[in-house]
Design a protein around this ligand. Structure first.
Ligand code: SAM
Length: 296
């Protein structure tokens, strides 16, 4: 059988294994080779790379990753997909199939095991660059991205298929309607680039939404360095929890920060900002500046 990116092969495998799609796991499998090739090109997957794939499904993208990379670790939550993956990937010796919830998987440990990482991350000296490539389950896109970032998984890049609206939020600039906590977090840790818009017809079954591939190069040297990253993140979250509130009200009355409105007012004054300013106007650097001023 040829590649699973050919819809006929996907349909055949699904029928052969009597597989029922599970909506609750966000299962929409890619059946479009051109999308896969462009994602691989954007991720710059090469022969010395280790790739972690989140949610391999029946192994469509995995087949291409195995051909391009040194080693692939494919982490899939649905145990019913494991025998299928063993079948569709049987000709590849450089893949490890892991039946786990990615949100409960220690990817740092896995990176160490594969001797893979980002040379600039200084955690250990990796033999192989680590890249993350995935057609993400949309119901947990933000938790997955945030856990990759917050746990400092030492990847060079993260290339993912997400809902188009989410891609818009990830790349949004201050002052636009899509700019929010996710934009600040993504742009704090990485420089994101929209690779392409992907229509529902590229998947089986077809999702109701339009998708997009986005690639994020994670910073080796962080360009913005708040004194306290946890406080910085808390300030960003508070600022966008109720977007219509001014920063003075949103942050000053937030129990997780408990700094008081006067302190926020003073900090904004020091930054040369009006006390009526809202979160959507602040850049990543300005959020760092604000959280530094609020740190006691
Ligand atoms: N990569 C495949 C493709 O492109 O055809 C499948 C992508 S599908 C959108 C998302 C996959 O993620 C599904 O196989 C689903 O079972 C899996 N998944 C969902 N939640 C997961 C989790 N918490 N951990 C690991 N995999 C998960």
């Amino acid at each position: 059988m040829g590649k699973l990116s050919n819809p006929r092969n996907t349909i055949e495998v699904i029928a052969e294994h009597n597989f029922d799609f599970r909506k609750r796991f966000g299962q929409n499998f890619l059946v479009d080779e051109s999308v896969i090739l462009r994602a691989l090109e954007a991720a710059e997957v090469g022969g010395n790379d280790v790739v972690f794939e989140i949610g391999p499904g029946i192994g469509t993208l995995t087949q291409y990753l195995c051909e391009a990379a040194y080693q692939v670790a494919a982490i899939e939550i649905d145990r019913k997909l494991i025998p299928i993956l063993k079948d569709t990937l049987k000709k590849y010796e450089n893949v490890r199939i892991i039946n786990e919830d990615v949100l409960k998987t220690d990817l740092l440990d896995l990176a160490r095991e594969f001797e893979a990482g980002n040379p600039g991350a200084h955690l250990f000296v990796p033999k192989h660059p680590l890249k993350i490539v995935a057609n993400l389950p949309y119901y947990i896109t933000t938790p997955i991205l945030m856990s990759l970032f917050r746990n400092k998984v030492p990847a060079q890049s993260v290339t993912v298929m997400v809902q188009k609206e989410v891609a818009d939020r990830m790349t949004a600039q201050p002052g636009t309607k899509d700019y929010g906590a996710l934009s600040v977090a993504v742009q704090y840790y990485s420089s994101p680039r929209l690779v392409e818009i992907v229509p529902p017809e590229s998947f089986l079954p077809r999702p109701k939404v339009t998708s997009a591939v986005i690639t994020m190069h994670l910073y080796e040297e962080m360009p913005v360095r708040p004194k306290d990253e946890d406080l910085f993140m808390a300030v960003v979250r508070a600022a966008f929890e109720q977007r219509r509130k001014t920063l003075v009200n949103a942050i000053g009355s937030n129990p997780a920060i408990s700094c008081g409105k006067d302190n926020v007012r003073q900090a904004l004054e020091q930054m040369g900002k009006s006390p009526s300013v809202r979160g959507e106007t602040l850049s990543v650097e300005e959020f760092a500046q604000l959280s530094d001023l609020l740190k006691i």
